[in-house]
Design a protein around this ligand. Sequence first.
Ligand SMILES: [Fe+2]
Ligand SMILES: [Fe+2]
Length: 419
Amino acid sequence: MRSLKTLPAQDVRLGMFIHGFEGSWWQHPFWRVRFLLTDPQDLQKLRAFNGGVIVDLDKSQPVGEADRVPDSLAKPDSGAQPEGAPSRRLRVPMWRAGSTALKSQEARAAKLVTGALDTVRGTFDDLRLGRAVSQEKVAALVDSISAELDDNAPALLRVLQLKSKHQYTYLHSVAVCTLMVNLARHLALDEEQVRTLGLAGLLHDVGKVAIPDAVLDKPGRLTPEELELVRTHPQEGVALLREDPTIPELALEVCLHHHERWDGNGYPDRQAAAGISLPARMGAICDVYDALTSHRAYKQAWLPARALGEMWRWEGHFDRPLLFAFMQSIQLFPPGLLVRLASDRLALVLENGKRASRTRLLVFYSYAEQASLEPSVLVLDGAEAEDGIIDFEHEADAPVPIPALDLYAPAPVPTSAEP
Ligand SMILES: [Fe+2]
Ligand SMILES: [Fe+2]
């Protein structure tokens, strides 16, 4: 049996196994709750925490008089990070062709997602019924999503795309949580922000519990009255979230403003451009991307690259540099996108067929030489690729004519409320 002891933060020493923190999960200083404390910087951070720390004595290392890192821990043989350290390594490519290994990875991701579904359903019920949200369960879910992103991102995102009709809102919540965590890490936000943004993704659509399923899942076009009703879900959600004072303000902000648009044509407050908070702009992108790549009663799922291509074409809908950062975070770029490379060249993203994890580019201009190049195909192959996409280029700013590509015809912008 575990021997857990609560200590003031000042009494915690290196070598102790941190089991948890007293008080709100989203206020404590670490991303992961459970870890062996081996890093003096973590110790410093922890001592600034104003609250009780729960230590698992059985899992702790013997503690010396001084806060010395045991030699065996200072240089782990495996080179692995201590369990508590957030991983900042580059995300793996998100979409790979099917393989046997992938099947077991998908089974693992599916197990996580099944558990997540129960937690989200329970959390929505808690909020609907005015009960306090189980912080421990929500914390464990966001933590396990984060860990799965480190090890198994392609399978996790693939599984999250497969939503049955009845699970849609819950799985969409898990998917938006996952995409928010992934984007927040890509933007190098601090651990507390990453965690809170994950939570915000999980709760952004909680107001839909107040909307009848018959309206949410209606196969045809919504009437103006139904549309009006669906568009109350941000305010309905905030009203529910306010009932639990431990839920951070940022989650309420994302809930209220994830349907605002860059050009001011969103709802409910018609905020525009930088007047929309960064978390809400992030929420808008993750939300629409997941909605477009999911099957719904009224539409087929779009392939991820196509969804990104359409989102890029919707003038005025999103914060474009942030949308580009989102593409980088999932390492997927839509055909036709104009990009600058680390090698100071200009290129056009091409279709990549079945090798979906590889980005294929047509390189056609050198900024360094200020000259057109004989167009040539370049395939970016993961993290070790010699070249890489560092920015997008506006078509109007292209120094030479852009080679014509035979792309699919753009689809009309959806007019229903979701997205
Ligand atoms: Fe929504
Ligand atoms: Fe949503």
